[in-house]
Design a protein around this ligand. Sequence first.
Ligand code: KIV
Length: 272
Amino acid sequence: MGYLSTDKKKITTKTFAEMKQAAEKVTMLTAYDYTTAGIIDSAGIDSILIGDSASNVMAGNADTLPITVDQMIYHARSVVRAVNHALVICDMPFGSYQVSREEALRNACRMMKESGVDALKLEGGVEIVDTISGLIAAGIPVCGHLGLTPQSIHKFGGYGLRAKEEAEAAKLVSDAKALDEVGCFAIVLEKVPAAIASEVARQVKAVTIGIGAGSGCDGQVLVYADALGMTSGFKPKFLRHFAQVGQCMAAGVEEYVKCVKEGSFPGEAESY
Ligand code: KIV
């Protein structure tokens, strides 16, 4: 139960499909902890992603590769405890689904059982379709992730735009169709040209969620700390700051330090 409660009905993967049918945009933000997830859920978001970007945002790592299944479960459980309304999706971290179909299913079952999330997200196209079909056969809803897939950062050699060239764009479209056919309920499209993302959105039943993929996707996702202005020095073209939470927190901390130093906090009303 979130500490800011909401009466809205719980969103499911079925609701996602209905939203695509009705051409209603799907909103998604990341969250990794109870307090933040409660605020985001109460504000009316449709979906919360416990992204493996927790590796960067929460732990300060340079990329998403170090985060483990145990750490993702810890973050996911904290988020699930706060959410009443949003569909909660959790990333399977690097190394947890690439070794074999069996190991992927074992890790996926553990993540569902121990975290209580509604669905899992995996990065990759045709190469992991067999793995995804195993998860879906076990009753686990799967969200795909194509384009810039940060778990493959060492293969790409950077965080630049993907699918610029014709061959990569064609592979992206066929990967998306393969994920759609195997039954993914949604597909994240990261940092790809808007025209390619729109084409994918038109061609698949799955709900396409863009990040740096233009307005033609069925929905949008951002890392909450980026969207709310908490990560200074990170401002790619696709990002908009919807608030200045970092500045607001810094001002609050400065005020607290000032009040303690000058002896005005705690005052009489704040003492027993
Ligand atoms: O890990 C993450 O936050 C993500 C989003 C950027 C889509 O995968």
